[in-house]
Structure formats: structure tokens, C-alpha cells
Design a protein around this ligand. Sequence first.
Ligand code: IVH
Length: 721
Amino acid sequence: MYFSLTNVQIYFCNFKLFKNIVIEPSLINKMTILEKNKKYIKKSNELLKLCENKTIRKQEAEFIIEMLREVIIFHENQYYIKNQPLISDFDYDKLERFLKDIETEFPELQDENSPTQRVGSDKNVEFAQRKHKYMMLSLGNTYSEQELLDFDNRIKKILETNFKYVCELKYDGTAIGLTYVDGKLKHAVTRGDGIQGDDVTANVRTIKSIPLVLRSKNVPKEFEIRGEIFLSHKAFQKLNKEREERGDAVFANPRNAAAGTLKMQNSSLVAKRPLDCFLYYLLAENLASKSHFENLEIAGEWGFKVPEQIKKCDDINEVFDFIKYWDEKRAELPFDIDGIVIKVDSLDQQDELGFTAKSPRWAISYKFKAERVSTKLNSIDYQVGRTGAITPVANLSPVQLAGTTVKRASLHNAGQIELLDLHCADIVFIEKGGEIIPKVVGVDIDKRKDDSEKVKYIIKCPECGTELIKKEDEAKHYCPNYYECPPQIKARIEHFISRKAMNIASGQATVDVLVNKNLIKNFSDLYFLKKDELLQLERFAEKSVQNLLKSIEDSKNVDFEKSLYALGIRYVGATVAKTLAKHYKNIENLKNASLDDLISIEEIGERIAKSVVEFFENEENIRIINRLKEANVCFEMKEEGVKVSGELYGKSFVVSGVFPNHSRIEVKKIIENNGGKNVSSISSKTTYILAGENMGPAKLMKAEKLDIPIISIDDFLKMIE
Ligand code: IVH
């Protein structure tokens, strides 16, 4: 393929036109961003095709270089700043390599501002900047065995003596530099632009695997240790599930989730996400050993989590063995890696080899090609979730990927299908990250038939035919037929009985039968099931019916946070339910809570608050809750051995004087346990003065002046009986 200057220019000129349009800020909505992303993806694909054609003529070079720089800077921004990479690392690296190659071929076109001349930057204005004591460089990388052999030959040539390599996994997270002074964590700084980065110490202090104080006495007075912060697959899946429940956008992969978490402004929220960290590079004036391998062992003794899968290699063949082993085994690791890092072990030899402007000459990363396969898109299923959310799922011709046969892959939402520009019967690329379900990451446009039709997103619910709705600020479409749409009804009951909710020993098959036989229409009906009617059902033997009814009976006593979670209020996942239960103590208080009141609770945003208010405004929901109450389902907080209720919710007390059988602290605790609020001084907003003996005369006068009722401890105890 040979691109003529005019073709290339026409194509890119169109693109430039788009870029130069001045858009009024208010019009830059989601659609514009999507359009922009699409254009850049299209442009990247064209450039990737151009890469294959290594013969670039001088007249073209200048133009292509300019475009490559623009596209690479766009992707850098998506990756480092927005945490939303739109192309794979492999394709990104290919573009960068292409640019480097043309710049080498035409040195007169070199520019100090080219993205090839600097380390990518993840600096973020919201954080204080801190200068790195030692430049924080990246690594040269390769996907080719030949280039690894070239690296080995270069080193042999420079060192002219024996040397050893150390192979480590290349953790796919976000880089961090930790400074310790006198054995205590002082600063944690991201790479930034290599010279200075974001000071994220407060967030890093929440990471359990990073020691705040070191155990050993033999640590240098001051040193830095660098590593990679990441999220395990399990933590990533849990986080995304919670985000989906709350209606927040899910993270595309564990790396984005880790980087996004590290840059959050509120470290108490960071603490709730189990970030982890491997530390792989020790820097100090006088290190205990001259071997990198030994230094990591020593760092492990100090209390750092150092690489567990690490090997000292005598030659490049052993390095290849390590690479081969982990390329096959990486699917079994509980976290993502994207390659192997190969380092010269001796620090003296590292010094001798030195650095280029961007990376050390003594190390390189061999990157695995993302486990990506292509297969045919046969059809798309649209699944209807518990809340009516529609998830498109691709049905694929079966294909082997990372040890399993893949037949289905997630397409997430309409925006994703649009971004992929998916056509019927396309040949699609599938990748597996930290997710359980693989995802469609691209389309092989060359294999698309000319007459193939663009995928049209459904407009009606595939289950009940109701017209779908989509709110502007949400990615998903919804079926609004909440009470009649069969999969929504069943999914809500399944959610209600699930282990984290009412923990009723039953499953999807039983729910199907009970709903299909019209024995239950919603989850409150479970509590009114009769033994006789159940025994008449096929495959419902005496014993299983007994077990089911006992389990339903036991569920009446689950904690309030669980019964609240079980109701399946949109965006109220297990964590939010806990917060609400703790705050409101019982369902009545929650039902009466205003939007403002809900929003004033930490962690409850407008979207959750609106959803709660809407839920309790709905008569059918109230009817269901009343039936659950009638069945004695617990909708109140309880605490071991302490009477807890919501009786005093909304009431404020000033406790004064001495009480015969309780200390003042005990009295205050009782007020809190029953939903009331303690205030220290009397104001017109005070509901009661709880007076013991010897109440101060000043308080008495103020209470009388403001006409605030003064009650005794006996009156008070009667209130909460
Ligand atoms: S050593 C002077 N070791 O990969 C270079 N880096 O693409 C010191 N990475 O910037 C880095 N695992 O963020 C090193 N075992 C490992 C690594 C590793 C992941 C990251 C690191 C680095 C990037 C280079």
C-alpha cells in the first residue's frame, strides 16, 4: 500500500478542519466528546495502517509526523490525565515507534517538543507538586524477541565482562515513588513528567501493604523506593459492581481504576478501595548491597511487598524462559501484568551503562501482546437487569482466549457500540482484562463487507416491548416498566433473597417457578406463601418446602442494613444501605427524609438521594414495605444488648444535672442509640432539656425563657420504651 501525498493530506485536512472548529463551551456535551474520540480512533487506525508501509517519502514525512504527534498527544492525555485510554498499549506503542522511526530517518524534522522526547505526564493540577530527588524515568519497551537480543548484545558490548539479569513481572498499575526518612514514610509522589509529580502521600498512607513505619533498625536514614500501585482482579470486580449499582461509570480496567483511585481528593474514600503495591526499585546513597536482587530481598525484610515472581538469570536464554513461562501463566495471576521487566543485576554495571534521556540502558520491558483474538459477531442480546438497565452482549463465534472458550462479550452500552462503529457480522477483536466477561475492543474494518449494516440500538425493551428511556447524564438505556417487565420482577426477587440481602436459601430456578405459577408477584409475597400450595408444585418435596419456609422465617431477623439493601432501591448498594441504616435507624425515618437531608449525609450524592426519595414516593413500594412490616421483617437498627430504635429521630436534647442510675455519658449514648441528637447548649431548636438533679440555674432560666419542655429521666425512658 502506498499513500499518495494528496490522499493522506485530504484525509488529514478533513480531520484538521474538525479540530479547528471553535465550539461554544456550553455545546461541548457528551456527544461532542464521543465524536472527537471517534475521529481520533479513526485517525489512529489510519496511521496504524500507514505504519505497515515503511517507505515514507520526504514530502509526506513532515505531514505524517505532525499528525502522529497530534494523535499521540491526544492518546497521552486520554491515558495519563483522563485515565480513559481509547487504544491498546500495543497500538499506542506502535504509533510512538512509527514516529520515532520517521524522526530518525529525517533528523531535520526532529523537534524538542515531540512526544518522543519526553516521558508522558500524569500531573494533575489538584495536587501539590513535588520534585523527584532522582529523575523518575520510564523504561524502553519492546514486543520483539529480536530487539531483546539486540538489547543483550548492546549490553555485552559495553560491559565486556560477565553480568546477570534480574527478571520481574511488569505490573500493570500506576508508578509511585516513596521517600522514607528515619524509617517513616515521608512522601509519596507519582511519576508526573519525570521531574516532578503529584504529592499523593495522604492517599498512599491508606494502602495497607505500604508500611508507614519500617520494622528494621538497619534502614538508611533517607531513601526512596519505587513501585507500582494496582488493584487485584477481585477488588476491581467488586469496585465496578458497586459503581454499577450506584449508576457511576465503570472503570475500563484495573489500571485505570488504580490510577483514578490514587488521584481522588478524599483519602477516606481511597481507603475504602483496597489498593495494593509491589515495590521494585530501591534508591539511596549507600545501599547495603551492590546487587539489585539482594536489595529487593533486604527491602522485603524491612517490610515492603517486593516482587514475589522474580528470577536471577545467567543469560538471555534464561530470560526468554521466564518470559515464556509467564506469558502462559499470567492468566492465573490475581492481578494484571503487561510484560516482563529485565534489569542488569549489578548496580556498578548499571552505573556503567547509564541512562538515555528517557530510560535506563540497563533495563528494558518486554511487553506481552494483549491477549486479543478476533472472531465474528453473530448477534447482540440485550439483557434487562433488576433496575431495568439494558446491557448489550455480543454473541460470538466461539474462540479460544487466555485458556477459555469465549462465546459472549460485553458491549456495555449504546455509547460503546457507537464508539466501535459496530456493524452487523463484523469481525471483532476481543480482549480479557481483569474482568470476568471479556470485552469487544475493536473492529477489523478491513474484513467488513461493503453492504453490512450499522448496528441499530434497540428502542423497545426486548422482554416487554416498552419503549426504552435514557437520561442524558447516564450511559445506559432503561426499561421503565418496573412492575410488569418479567425479568425485572424476577431479578428483584433474586436480589431480595441473595446472600448479602435477606439470605433466603433459594435460587433462580425456584423464583422462576414461583413467579411463573403466579404464587408471588413481588418479594413481599414470599412471606405469605402457604406450605400446601408449595407442596403442589412439581419437584417441591416436603423437606425442601420446610427448608424454604424456615429460611424465609429466619430472614425476618436480618439487620436493617440488609433488609434495606434487599429492597433494591436504585443506586443503593450494600455500602450505601449501611450508611443510610446507620443514619436513619429505621425505615420510617428514611421514608420521611427530605432530599436535602439525604444529600447532607457524607457519601450520599444527589443521584442516590433522588432515587431514595422517588422510591418512597411510589405507592406500590410503600404497599410492599407495609406487607413486609406486617410479616415482621426487621426494618430497625439493632445492637447487641443495647436497645436501639429510631424513636428519638429528629429530636435534640440538652442533658443537664445528675441521674440516679445512669451516668451522663450513658444517657447521651441512649439518646444516640435511639436516633436522637445531643446538643451542648440550649437554643430555640432544642426539643427537650433532660434534667437530672442539680441542674444549673442559668440553664433552667434559658429553658423557661425559650419555652423548651424540661423532662425527667423517667419521662425520657418512657419515650423509648
Ligand atoms: S523498574 C528506571 N520494574 O513500568 C526504571 N518498572 O513502562 C525503573 N513497572 O515506569 C522501573 N513493573 O511504572 C520496573 N518490575 C518493574 C515494573 C515496572 C511495572 C512500570 C513502571 C515503569 C513502567 C515502564
